[in-house]
Design a protein around this ligand. Structure first.
Ligand SMILES: Nc1ncnc2c1ncn2[C@@H]1O[C@H](COP(=O)(O)OP(=O)(O)OP(=O)(O)O)[C@@H](O)[C@H]1O
Ligand SMILES: [Mg+2]
Length: 351
């Protein structure tokens, strides 16, 4: 009987024959979508490891929420750094947990589990070994077939760009681990600039700034919250009262931080992003520059939530800049969109 069930479970039933799962294993946020349903999971790319038992205890948003508050034997791990897997076993454990919380719920009442086809992305700067690590992690998590596509292509498609069109478009993906500036067209990446000074790095810069200016030590999550709540390019001066640890006494100290503080701390990085964008445009052929000028720049990724950032960049580069709707899911949505047309999609597979 068991044998029969086992054999039946391997039969691909028509409705599940194409059961596809799309993965954006982002540095800050993991996004998972499935065919015809869209986004089904969005969780922080964090885990909590019990260093005594070597067991992973906390996953995703829960692990992120306890950052800095755990006993010493619990270590918070970030398995993806600058867009690539840096801790393979932790990433496999995280994917397993996330699949359990999302995709697997669809089959919890059925006695068979369909073969799952996974499609994931890697940034263009990923080496072949780093691309293979993503594929291998998904195989280990139980996927039966895994394909990898360049992230910038999926993100562009998710922003509504026809990546096979001969009119190039400039997409700026402003994420947690990487800033990827890409000119996309004719089914490929025409030119690209990548910076590691992305959302995570900005949190560290805020930490240093507050430490030097106010003599207060803050936690990583507080620095990220300050960036999300105070930073804007609209001259909208907000303030936040936060408590950290005094550098002098080691005791709690309360300070009022302003939007202008965060902007001052991060302005150099935003100017670097703008400079890279200018360099990218200047390095392109005249025909491409003309098309990019006509179509403008599309901003996506978590940092494009910063109010007024589009206008700030537009003024600096003297071009239209638009923020893509649904910007935080552009990459997985783009994978779903691209995979609809198998003939075209096969041209984008890098692994
Ligand atoms: N409203 C906001 N203001 C400022 N920053 C924000 C806001 N919302 C999200 N972010 C930042 O965006 C980043 C996460 O963006 P995103 O989800 O695109 O990253 P990711 O896909 O995980 O990273 P990557 O693609 O670089 O591997 C984090 O640094 C987060 O702090
Ligand atoms: Mg991303």
């Amino acid at each position: 009987m068991l044998n029969l069930i086992d054999r039946l479970s391997k039969i691909k039933l028509p409705i599940f024959a194409n059961f596809e799962v799309y993965f954006d294993l982002g540095t800050s946020v993991t996004k998972i979508a499935i065919k015809d349903k869209g986004l089904i999971l969005r969780e922080a790319t964090y885990l909590g490891l019990n260093q005594k038992t070597k067991e992973f205890l906390f996953f995703g948003n829960e692990a992120k929420s306890i950052l800095g508050k755990t006993p010493d034997f619990i270590k918070i791990i970030r398995p993806v750094v600058s867009g690539v897997i840096s801790d393979f076993d932790a990433e496999v454990a995280l994917i397993n947990k996330f699949l359990e919380k999302s995709v697997n719920l669809y089959f919890s009442t059925s006695w068979f589990k369909p073969a799952l086809r996974g499609i994931a992305v890697t940034p263009t700067i990923a080496t072949e070994i780093e691309q293979k690590a993503v594929q291998e992690a998904l195989y280990k998590a139980g996927l039966s077939q895994v394909y990898v596509v360049e992230k910038a292509m999926a993100t562009a498609a998710g922003c509504g760009v026809n990546v096979f069109s001969h009119q190039p478009t400039l997409i700026a993906d402003l994420g947690g681990g990487l800033i990827e500036l890409s000119i996309i067209g004719s089914g490929g990446i025409i030119a690209q600039r990548t910076l590691r000074q992305a959302g995570d790095h900005m949190n560290k810069v805020i930490y240093n700034y507050i430490y030097l200016k106010y003599g207060v030590i803050l936690g990583e999550s507080t620095c990220e919250d300050l960036k999300k709540t105070l930073l804007n390019f609209l001259m909208d001066e907000k303030t936040a009262t936060i408590r950290g640890k005094s550098l002098e006494s080691g005791l709690p100290k309360t300070v009022r931080v302003k939007s202008s503080d965060i902007k001052e701390a991060l302005l150099t990085i935003f100017n670097q992003i703008v400079d890279s964008m200018k360099e990218l445009i200047e390095s392109a052929a005249p025909e491409i520059v003309d098309e990019v000028m006509k179509r403008g720049v599309i901003l996506t990724g978590g940092l494009s939530n910063i109010p007024g950032l589009d206008k700030f960049i537009a003024t600096e580069i003297k071009m239209d800049v638009a923020t893509s709707p649904g910007l935080e899911y552009a990459t997985v949505n783009g994978l779903a969109k691209l995979a609809q047309r198998e003939d075209e999609f096969s041209k984008l597979i890098i692994l």
